[in-house]
Write a protein that binds this ligand. Structure first.
Ligand code: ADP
Ligand code: MG
Length: 681
């Protein structure tokens, strides 16, 4: 989470008057550790209970109105403990029948001709309000206002939390980070007013204004940091020229078992241009699943070797690391010494590997996060590649980059990130795209069926197996939470399939298996010792078994389009026709729409755009694992225009040099000390 220091006179949480150890502990449990955390504990929502005129309310709106009682209430009991209270009222000149279900006790409080505030659903056509709340004391402000609602915890209710925040807000002085001219130019409020409004706006307009200022501030500070980092990197004289030996690289390309596609050729050329220039490469290589990014990476790594440099390839999962290492070994033969470093490489083996890495015997190191541990030192690394980069945090990439102070960086991704968005959040990044799949691939035929059709799907699957092909059956579980019951689901699916397809060899793969076990199963599948692989989404990224042509995705509606697309990309990797069957009985409109879109297109770019339209960026990229910055108020997709403006203003401030003058001393120091190296995830 991007955090901006907002307080000029910070003091400790425990110094809040009247805050006992018990409350302090509750605050800590809510992840509130400082005054800053407390005032940034923003309401999760706002309840609009402002009194309105019923004549202006739409049908079925939830309204808060004031009226006068003009009939004695009656209560009818029915069923078990059920009741319906009816009372007639005059509200803004309209005679309204007000009904409360299961609140019979209200009756004794309701007096004829009394004025009360009621909250409920306005059924205009029936002149009826289905009430939820009745307020007798008209001076009871909170319930008849625009009210902020906080996330709370047992032992700390809304009201005391709100009071505590209000009191703290009064006691602190807020840094006004935004330059005054920007505030005037974009009609932004002071940060002090903004914070007050975020906590206790009295109406929607004030709140919208406050959110705007806060989002802009977050974006601006973030962009300042990005632009400054860029400047530091670009002006660094450590950039290397990679003087690769073209003839060797060419002979390597000629020896490949296929011809490069146009997109691959262009990408290689663009990357090579960067490598040769005395700059640090900062490039994104995007291409749909199966478009052949690995080979492009291999060519680059080989080029580095011919120039006397090592390279590193970092991927998100062990299986993927193993597969990559394997396919690189195959591609390189004895041209390159490829080594694999994952969490399961330990002890003596690891020590030896680190030694070889340090003395330069290893040309190319492939691995997971294990690559960025502190004791991993390269001899002379000239290129760092991350695959499926949207799964890495900015911080991890940063750390990897620091491993080789001189390194060129290539990010590879199958998730097309809108270019402008990428530039705004990652800084100036060059983009290469592989737009088309290798020739001869047939588009994957995708169908969507409901659960009832499962037997039918099994028949299709069996007939594919008869042709000698292999299949995946995926039960797409949320990967980070492979709960026991999910594993049980997978195992049940596996047991059933063994009975349903008695002739086939069935294997199973899930996150609770050790990496050795997973590895073994993956190998059996890729050696065709297994016909059908029942798996969770651990196969999602990058796994390559070309003979697999049939994919069943169970409960497909549990995932977003981009994940489904990634999964589907496991098939369609050879000249054989491939199929993907989505089994889902979605209950929501968007669920249905998603299934339909999947059957309509296999174009990753189109899917990502549709996905972006249907959901926020958080869902789309999975912010937590995306490496995209996560802002408190700002939303990088919805507020995208604002992000652009903030970026331009930050760039202007830095490029004009104004940022490096006395006027910005304080802001500069703050960013330098707190933000330049801070994690944004
Ligand atoms: P991704 O872009 O999803 O990482 P891969 O690099 O795994 O794709 O490539 C997918 C498959 O396509 C691999 O089996 C690879 O050998 C093959 N491939 C890559 N480039 C070509 C090409 N130009 N022609 C034919 N097959 C190719
Ligand atoms: Mg790949």
């Amino acid at each position: 989470m991007t955090k901006i220091n907002l307080i000029e006179n910070p003091y400790e949480l425990k110094d809040i008057k009247g805050l006992g150890p018990k409350r302090l502990q509750i605050l800590n449990e809510m992840n509130i550790w400082s005054i800053q955390d407390l005032i940034l504990h923003l309401p999760t929502r706002y309840e609009d209970n402002t009194l309105i005129n019923l004549n202006e309310a739409e049908d079925e709106a939830i309204v808060t109105v004031q009226g006068e009682v003009y009939s004695s209430p009656t209560v009818a009991f029915f069923g078990r403990n059920k009741s319906k209270l009816t009372v007639h009222m005059m509200i803004n000149g309209i005679a309204v029948k007000v009904i409360y279900f299961n609140q019979p006790y209200l009756k004794k409080n309701i007096q004829l001709h009394q004025s009360v505030i009621i909250k409920g659903k306005w059924l205009k056509h029936k002149q009826e309000i289905n009430g939820t709340k009745m307020i007798f004391d008209l001076s009871h402000h909170e319930d008849a206002q625009f009210t902020s609602i906080y996330r709370v915890k047992e032992g700390l209710k809304q009201k005391p939390l709100k009071d505590m925040i209000q009191k703290t807000l009064k006691d602190v002085t807020i840094h006004e980070w935004l330059p005054l001219d920007l505030r005037q130019k974009y009609k932004l409020e002071s940060l002090n007013d903004t914070l007050h409004a975020l906590h206790s706006a009295k109406d929607k307009q004030t709140l919208i204004k406050a959110r705007r200022t806060f989002a802009f501030t977050e974006f601006f500070m973030f962009e300042l940091r990005m632009q400054w980092l860029n400047r530091l990197e670009k002006t660094s004289d450590q950039a290397v020229e990679v003087n690769y030996q073209l003839d060797l690289v060419k002979s390597f390309i000629d020896a490949l078992p296929f011809e490069l596609t146009e997109g691959q050729k262009t990408s290689v050329n663009e990357i090579f241009r960067d490598l040769k220039a005395p700059i640090r490469m900062h490039r994104l290589l995007q291409g749909d699943v199966g478009s052949g990014k690995t080979v492009v990476a291999a060519i680059c790594m080989y080029a580095l070797k011919t120039a006397g440099y090592q390279s590193a390839l970092m991927v998100p999962t062990e299986i993927l690391a193993e597969q990559h290492a394997e396919s690189l070994v195959q591609l390189f033969g004895d041209r390159m010494h490829v080594a694999l470093l994952t969490g399961s490489v330990k002890g003596k083996k690891r020590r030896l590997l680190l030694e070889q890495l340090q003395n330069g015997e290893i040309d190319c190191l492939v691995g997971t996060h294990a690559l960025i541990q502190d004791d991993v030192t390269f001899n002379k690394v000239g290129l760092v590649i991350t695959d499926e980069q949207h799964r890495f945090g900015v911080e991890q990439r940063q750390k990897l980059r620091e491993k080789g102070a001189l390194s060129n960086v290539l990010f590879m991704t199958a998730t097309p990130i809108p270019r402008t968005l990428a530039i705004s959040v990652f800084g100036e990044m060059d983009v290469s795209s592989i737009k088309h799949l290798p020739k001869g691939r047939k588009p994957i035929q995708t169908t969507w069926v409901k659960h009832e059709a499962y037997d039918q799907v099994l028949k299709q699957l069996a007939s594919e197996l008869k042709k000698g092909r292999q299949a995946y059956v995926i039960s797409p579980l949320i990967e980070s939470s492979e709960h026991l019951e999910d594993v049980q689901n997978i195992l049940a699916l596996y047991d059933n399939l063994k009975i349903q397809l008695p002739e086939a060899k069935i294997g199973v793969l899930h996150g609770k298996m050790t990496s050795d076990e997973k590895d073994q199963v993956m190998h059996q599948f890729s050696d065709h010792d297994i016909d059908v692989l029942v798996s969770t989404t651990v196969v999602e990224v990058g796994v390559n078994v070309p003979n697999a042509t049939f994919m069943v995705i169970y409960d497909a509606d549990r995932f977003g389009l981009s994940t489904l697309h990634q999964l589907r990309g496991r098939v369609g990797r050879s000249e054989h026709q491939s199929y993907c069957v989505l089994i889902a009985s979605p209950k929501t409109e968007t669920g249905i729409e998603r299934m339909q879109i999947m059957t309509q297109t296999t174009d990753g770019f189109e899917l990502s755009e549709r996905d972006l339209e249907m959901r926020g960026p958080g869902d789309f990229f999975g912010v937590k694992q995306s490496g995209l910055p996560d802002f408190l108020v700002g939303n990088i997709v919805e507020d995208y225009r604002m992000l652009e403006v903030a970026r331009d203003e930050a760039a202007e401030l830095i490029q004009s040099g104004a940022f490096f003058t006395e006027d910005y001393q304080k802001l500069r120091t703050f960013i330098e000390e707190n933000m330049l190296h801070q994690s944004f995830d």
